[in-house]
Design a protein around this ligand. Structure first.
Ligand code: SME
Length: 158
């Protein structure tokens, strides 16, 4: 399996347009969710140069760290806590331009400045976790990230 990710384009949208089909190709035919989540993290971390990319999965009413790329991170997050816990509780995408302005933000690294967190759903549309992407830059995330990250998450087979 030759699975080199090659990113073309200059704008973020162009980069996502180049990356998303490659990620879908990477996942095609592979039913293992953890393996696919791990490759999504690697492709995004190295393709779009994010600071931290990872999944938190709901286990016994807590978010537990799943596949990720980047520095070590906190392993458990309670419902409603931090951006991840809030995204789970509200069942919605949360974009934070400046993490220091988000009440209760959980700082796994002081280098992280902004983030986007998206709920992750199974085929029954039940929330099974969240997907968290962090940047070292302020206001790194917007609707473009939401649109393309959703497409990537929808490619996960459950
Ligand atoms: N900042 C997140 C916690 C996870 S780490 O950033 C990897 C939060 O506030 O939920």
């Amino acid at each position: 399996m030759a699975e080199d990710i090659e990113i073309t384009g200059i704008t973020k949208e162009e980069k996502y347009r180049s990356l998303v089909p490659q990620i879908k190709g990477l996942l095609e035919g592979e039913p293992d969710t953890i393996a696919n989540m791990a490759n999504i993290c690697a492709a995004l971390k190295y393709g779009l140069d994010f600071f931290w990319v990872g999944f938190y999965l709901i286990k016994n009413e807590q978010l537990v760290l799943g596949p990720f790329q980047g520095p070590v991170a906190c392993t458990r997050i309670h419902k409603g806590k931090g951006v991840c816990g809030a995204s789970w509780q509200k069942n919605e995408v949360i974009i934070v331009e400046d993490v220091n302005q988000f009440p209760g933000h959980i700082a796994c690294s002081s280098l992280s400045k902004s983030e986007i967190v998206l709920p992750v759903y199974n085929s029954k549309k039940e929330i099974i976790g969240v997907f968290d992407v962090d940047s070292e830059n302020l206001a790194a995330f917007d609707k473009t990230d939401e649109v393309y990250l959703k497409q990537i998450l929808e490619a996960l087979p459950f």
